[in-house]
Write a protein of this length. Structure first.
Ligand code: PGA
Length: 254
């Protein structure tokens, strides 16, 4: 059994006081923490505050992005060794907003993925098609390419100690969640791709769903065989909603 994982992606939201309040509420939630992993990815300057707030509670923390190099003249960027120093467990790479607004390519996403691994961070690599791609019947091909860019020549078991998040772009921040069937179909495809070369890793790999997941829609999504939790945007900014999703994850593991 794969233990479910729920990670909050705060995006470019939150001020110092709010961040501490939210992180504290999550860390103090009364939950059966043996049945769920939880993480919070705040904006870079808040990582240390969140870390200090959640302390040694079961809640881990991480970053929303990183640079592929381990240091150097890259103004405004943040490197893996620093995230490691800050105690980050996770780093999100290849979020669709990075792909769309900052032009990140599959190759750049793959480079970040490997930089994360090199630095002992667990990459959460995001994949997912746009609405136009789905309408054109290309959803599977797009997701396949995005996963393949990280798999490369398949000579290495790259997805061991990594997480994949399937986030259909048309469902992110829109209130339009993929149906559990649509999500399950894509999760199964992703798992099969990994399993083809690495059956053990494919079986144990956590594949999170992201895209307007709420406490109300989480149980049905998480009941699907290949959905192992969620990468949560909007609903991660409200303690009650996020804790509700964590509860759904716990229930899916019992
Ligand atoms: P959403 O965002 O939950 O607000 O749709 C998910 C994400 O972008 O990771």
């Amino acid at each position: 059994m794969r233990q479910p994982l729920v990670v909050g992606n705060w995006k470019m939201n939150g001020r110092v006081g709010e961040a501490e309040e939210l992180a504290e509420a999550i860390a103090e939630a009364e939950l059966d923490w043996d049945h769920v992993g939880a993480g919070i990815c705040p904006p870079f300057p808040l990582i240390d505050r969140v870390a200090g707030t959640v302390g040694d509670s079961p809640v881990a923390w991480g970053a929303q992005n990183m640079h592929a190099e381990d240091g150097g003249a890259f103004t405004g960027e943040v490197h893996g060794p620093l995230l490691r120093d800050l105690g980050c467990t996770y780093v999100i790479v290849g979020h669709s907003e990075r792909r769309e607004h900052f032009g990140e390519t599959n190759q750049q996403v793959a480079a970040k993925f490997f930089a994360a691994k090199r630095n002992g961070l667990v990459p959460i690599v995001c994949v997912g098609e746009t609405e136009a791609e789905r309408d054109a019947g290309r959803a599977e091909a797009v997701v396949r390419d995005q996963v393949q860019a990280v798999l490369g020549d398949g000579k290495e078991d790259v997805f061991r100690d990594a997480v994949i998040a399937y986030e259909p772009v048309w469902a992110i921040g829109t209130g339009r969640t993929a149906t559990p069937e649509q999500a399950q179909e894509m999760h199964a495809l992703i798992r099969d791709l990994v399993k083809a070369g690495y059956p053990v890793t494919g079986q144990s790999l956590k594949i999170l769903y992201g895209g307007s997941m709420k406490a109300a829609s989480a149980p049905e999504l998480m009941a699907q065989d290949d959905i192992d939790g969620g990468l949560i945007g909007g609903a991660s900014l409200k303690a009650d909603e996020f804790i509700g999703i964590l509860r759904a994850a716990v229930a899916s593991d019992l």
